[in-house]
Ligand binder design. Structure first.
Ligand code: ACM
Ligand code: ZN
Length: 763
């Protein structure tokens, strides 16, 4: 027993020592994504007004790029020199010596200066990114304090990416992001050595690219709201919402991305996800009596495959879009087709019969093969979501984006398709980052650590080659080789991509950035850094001690962990998530702000449930606010019956809102419309100080009441104190015992169904 303890302590000590060493090494070089070889030396190099820049590159782009940063943030001019300098220099050198990989670079810092070598401009660009991260973080903003030391640690870095595809996807349909926001997003990617931007330009809720031949696509299809062809959706409300990019703007963004070595892969989502198209040109949809809806609840959102002239229109659209993008690839979607539309359409059915097709997936394959031909005709290869694997063969160069699972990625490479790994459970950044936060969770909670843990190649090994040990445990194979995949198949895994679906990004302001970072920082290491150089705790250390400040200076409103707050025996104790973090709090349930008091130590109180705490970064960025664990409100649970004008979805029945379990909730079968109501009737009158009426899905805040009011009744007949819904909720303050609470809608809501929760009744 004692011996065991000693062994354990010894083991623990060595683990801690190893960690401290890794951390103290990393304290000097904190670059994200982590370079693959770092040798720190005793030297350092101080930039000064005499420092010159030299390059043998034919093009000046890298010189100008670096000069801009240095000029904006330092007092130094960084003049270009024509001869090879012997001291006080930054040298950018293209060289074919030393076999530096295409996107790789060598960065050497000595007392004489900085040398960045690469075999391509892209490699040198990534060397510059590493150099920027070795300078004070204000290099990114130019907002210098004046106290910066422009000194660079002596080092030799040899670096190149693990994967050639390191991408991010952004949906600009559900929420529209303007030109400047898209540029900022691209710029931030380039700081993380990401090289692909998958631009999801169309979906049910908005067509976002100007097509000259079909102007209604944007005149009609880019707008939603009360008097628009497209319904309001996802909290965009009943006012006119939308926007699109002109072809000139698209070209401007493409040029901006190209300067940052980022390739933009455009996506026009077909043949499903096309409600914005059928709103503008109803004739492209299927005929027939089908009233079914897509996974997202959209009617009539599928292109008819049986109408041959649709392919002429598709050809014309693809032709215009393809001409805007230099990328070799064109993404045509292919996901989540509502097959009921085809099953009930005379044209689609006639085609299936003619071609002797048995399954609707074959009709999808028929569509996809025709799109391959169109896309290739316009000089591109086709890409699509993993559903395009389902109905038949594809051209060997057609690229598959595996989003449904890692297994779909395996299937794809096994079939010989080049594949980008994008499994939702690791890569969908519209998922929540912790259970209490806003976001989806259909693919699970996607924590920073979960993102970081993805190994796109060895995951395949583990899925295919689970090794069962003697004691019955399943060991996941972690070797780099994939026993059941051939080398050729393994090489078809091009890399990794994160996804940002935008239906929740309408609010709060800049929620997209909150969902994107730091998860993109973690993803950048998944794509760039070799597995043997990756360790989550060490990454977290670099992230919170150095990269938070960089992201802040880059202008990103990134996510931080909230503090851990517990309430025991009348005392609130707070643990800050990072050693340096500031925690502020309020005592009246309001959101902490930069003016709220600082938490400085234990708080004694008997009103713990009224307290809210948040982590702050420099009083400018904050975490979600939390209340003390185990200081929950004790809501009253009076026996309640409910009456409504709406019909229930049997999976989310109306009784869910009277069980006082806040996890269960009600969903209707349709939109709420003016005059629809719910009445909560209490068996016995209830004395309450406050009643909060929450509509919408818990933690997601859509499918709620957009326009309407809540009120209550003292006698069960007459209703008083009408309170308008604001952001899906209404709060009532009765003065006497209440017999019932009523909700009434005054306009349709901005979702295809209505969701409702239990009343939160406080004594
Ligand atoms: C997808 O998430 N529908 C590709
Ligand atoms: Zn059809």
């Amino acid at each position: 027993m004692e011996q065991n303890k000693i062994t354990m302590i010894k083991k623990l000590t060595s683990v801690i020592t190893a960690l401290i060493i890794t951390i103290s090494m990393a304290a000097q070089i904190t670059i994200i994504p982590k370079p693959n070889s770092i040798k720190v030396n005793e030297d350092n190099f101080a930039l000064n007004s005499e420092t010159v820049i030299y390059s043998n590159e034919k093009e000046r782009a890298n010189i100008y790029y670096l000069q801009e940063f240095i000029k904006d943030a330092t007092p130094f001019p960084l003049k270009q020199q024509i001869e090879y300098p012997s001291q006080n220099f930054i040298i950018l050198e293209v060289t074919q010596e030393g076999k530096i990989p295409a996107e790789g670079y060598k960065l050497q810092v000595s007392s004489k200066g900085v040398t960045i070598k690469g075999s391509t401009q892209t490699g040198i660009f990534y060397g510059i990114q590493s150099l920027l991260q070795m300078l004070p973080a204000t290099i990114y903003s130019g907002n210098i304090s004046g106290h910066e030391k422009w000194i660079i640690q002596g080092v030799e870095i040899e670096d190149s990416p693990r994967y050639s595809y390191r991408g991010m996807h952004l949906d600009v349909s559900r929420t529209f992001f303007d030109v400047n926001t898209v540029k900022k997003f691209i710029n931030w990617l380039s700081f993380h050595k990401m090289n692909k931007f998958h631009w999801h330009l169309t979906d049910d809720n908005g067509w976002r690219v100007e097509i000259k031949k079909y102007p209604k696509l944007t005149e009609v299809g880019a707008w939603r709201g009360e008097n628009e062809a497209l319904d309001a959706a996802f909290g965009s409300g009943n006012k006119r919402y939308g926007g699109f990019y002109t072809q000139r703007e698209i070209k401007e963004i493409v040029a901006y991305a190209t300067e940052r070595h980022i390739e933009i892969i455009p996506e026009i989502d077909l043949p499903g996800h096309s409600r914005a198209v059928t709103a503008a040109y109803p004739e492209v949809g299927c005929d027939g009596e089908d009233e079914s809806v897509s996974v997202q609840g959209e009617e009539q959102n599928v292109w008819c495959v049986g109408k041959e002239h649709n392919f002429k229109m598709l050809n014309n659209i693809i032709k215009e879009v393809a001409a805007l993008f230099p990328s070799k690839y064109f993404h045509i979607g292919g996901d989540e087709v509502n097959y009921e539309q085809w099953n009930n359409c005379p044209h689609c059915q006639a085609l299936m019969k003619e071609k002797e097709m048995q399954k609707h997936e074959e009709l999808l394959n028929y569509f996809v093969r025709k799109m391959e031909i169109i896309v290739e005709k316009h000089g591109k290869h086709m890409a699509g979501w993993d559903e395009i694997l389902d109905g038949g063969e594809l051209k060997p160069q057609t690229r598959v984006y595996a989003w449904r699972s890692v297994a779909k990625g395996i299937e794809s490479v096994t079939k010989g398709q080049p594949t980008v790994m994008m499994p939702g459970e690791y890569c969908y950044f519209d998922m929540k980052q912790s259970p209490a936060e806003r976001g989806h969770n259909w693919a699970g909670i996607v924590t920073l650590e979960k993102v970081y843990s993805l190994d796109p190649t060895s995951k395949i090994a583990s899925a295919n080659a689970q090794i069962t040990t003697a004691n019955g445990q399943v060991n996941l194979a972690t070797s780099k080789s994939t026993p059941s995949l051939t080398q050729e198949q393994e090489a078809l895994i091009l890399g990794v991509q994160g996804g940002l679906w935008a239906e929740l990004f309408g609010r709060p302001a800049r929620f997209m950035e909150y969902q994107a970072y730091p998860r993109i920082a973690a993803l950048s290491e998944v794509g760039w850094t070799l597995p043997e150089n990756k360790e989550f705790n060490e990454f977290s250390y670099r992230l919170s001690t150095a990269h938070f400040e960089r992201m802040h200076q880059m202008g990103i409103e990134f996510r931080m962990d909230p503090p851990k707050v517990v309430y025991i025996n009348g005392s609130i104790m707070v643990t800050a998530p990072y050693p340096w973090s500031i925690v502020r709090y309020t005592t009246d349930e309001s959101e902490p702000t930069m003016y709220s008091p600082l938490y400085r130590g234990e708080i004694i109180t008997d009103r713990a449930q009224k307290f809210r705490f948040a982590t702050f970064y420099k009083d400018q960025i904050k975490s979600i606010s939390v209340k003390p664990e185990n200081a929950n409100y004790t809501y009253l649970k009076p026996i309640t019956t409910i009456e409504t004008s709406m019909t229930e979805n049997s999976r989310f029945p109306i009784k869910n809102v009277t069980d006082y379990s806040f996890k269960t909730y009600f969903r209707s079968n349709s939109k709420i419309k003016a005059g629809d109501y719910f009445i909560y009737k209490f068996d016995s009158p209830v004395k309450a100080s406050r009643i909060t009426v929450e509509t919408g899905i818990p933690n997601i805040t859509f499918y709620g009441v957009t326009d309407g009011y809540a009120e209550f009744s003292y006698d069960g007949v007459n209703y008083v104190e009408k309170t308008e819904f604001k952001l899906n909720s209404a709060v009532l303050y009765p003065k006497e015992e209440v017999k019932s609470v009523r909700i009434v809608a005054t306009k349709p809501n901005d979702g295809y169904i209505l969701a409702l929760q239990d009343l939160r009744i406080e004594e």
